[in-house]
Ligand binder design. Sequence first.
Ligand SMILES: Cc1cc2nc3c(=O)[nH]c(=O)nc-3n(C[C@H](O)[C@H](O)[C@H](O)COP(=O)(O)OP(=O)(O)OC[C@H]3O[C@@H](n4cnc5c(N)ncnc54)[C@H](O)[C@@H]3O)c2cc1C
Length: 380
Amino acid sequence: MYDSVVIGGGPAGSKAAELLAKDFDVLVMEEHASSGTPAGCAGLITDEVLRMSGVRPDVHNRLYGANVFFPCGEKITVRSDWAKANVVDRTELDELMAGKAMDAGAEYRFDCKYTDHQITDRVIVNPSGEKAECSLLIGADGHSSKVAMSMGFDNSPKEYLRGFQMDIRKRYDEDDMINLRLGSEIAPGFFSWEIPYGDNVRVGLCTSWSAGYPYDYMKKLLKAAGLENSEVLQTYAGKIPIGGRPKSYGNRTLLIGDAAGQVKPVSGGGLYPAFKSAGPLKDVALDAFYKNDFSESNLSKYDKMWKKSAGKELKNGYFLRKMFVKFGDGDLDRACRIASQESVRSILDDIDLDSPSKVVSKMRIRDMMKFIPVLMRVIL
Ligand SMILES: Cc1cc2nc3c(=O)[nH]c(=O)nc-3n(C[C@H](O)[C@H](O)[C@H](O)COP(=O)(O)OP(=O)(O)OC[C@H]3O[C@@H](n4cnc5c(N)ncnc54)[C@H](O)[C@@H]3O)c2cc1C
């Protein structure tokens, strides 16, 4: 019998396994033959997230700012003197993190799919398959988490985004900036990105669920970016849970990462909140083992603890997202004209990608007031 079984060997599962393995017997079940494949991520992470990962993947590029294109064709450029984000390969990051968890003592069972579990005086994982028993089950099985959905009620996130991405052979002249495009033609309900790295660019977009498949918008994005005739190296698709799940804990169960809906609603980034939540998960697990109390009420403090650590951005970001999805192309263009004014744009230069919603609190009242007519139109 293991102390803990972690379902999913992605970054959230491996970080949780690494921390828990220092004190407990941990098994990670991963349905694929290795961690990190198939990759479904832009691999854009800040220095802080790189540090929190605890590993050192190759950094393929460092980005200092963004060109944000609005539906009317206008562009706002935000740039700073320090690198805002690193471009890494998610397959490499996930493999290195799994290796680090193994070094800490976690056992990995690859090609092992979680199907279900039973709870008695312990957790019996996959009772009629590749079975394992433990005291505490950790669901780190990503956006469509079966562990989250097996908790006995509808534990779905508030919303899902759909994403599609291609790696394309093309060298950008301005190769230290990301291009972001907004508007219903290219990325309804979210945005698109072009991330240059070396001789290639990672180009992708997410859409609101109701807007249909992101692949259908890719042609317009490739045209806008002048990439229609470039060689496609690989493609990825994925889903992003937005707005959190109702519960991240249950009887003998804790959730982390996309499985818990720990994703920033403004950017769709999930690594920062997942890593921020790993410490609280470990503290709550230590307490549960110490007290031998794995009840739902004892584990409930995990919810408060990770929300204290990472939840503010998720809450504020979801509020901003609810506004954003109501913006039509005309509202975006109006917001562009206001944001182009120097006093507002200079605040955007300093945006922290790990807490993007903080940009609002940095604005002076005078600048915030300028957005009120646009917001009133949207709200009314
Ligand atoms: C197009 C796109 C671009 C993105 N870009 C970024 C970005 O640039 N920066 C960023 O921070 N975030 C980004 N994200 C979000 C990020 O990819 C996720 O938040 C992150 O991968 C979450 O990590 P995780 O470990 O929780 O889940 P995952 O990475 O999904 O890992 C879950 C693991 O569980 C395994 N698994 C699932 N079901 C089972 C099962 N039944 N049995 C066993 N194993 C199972 C999976 O195989 C997988 O290895 C992006 C997402 C998309 C879709």
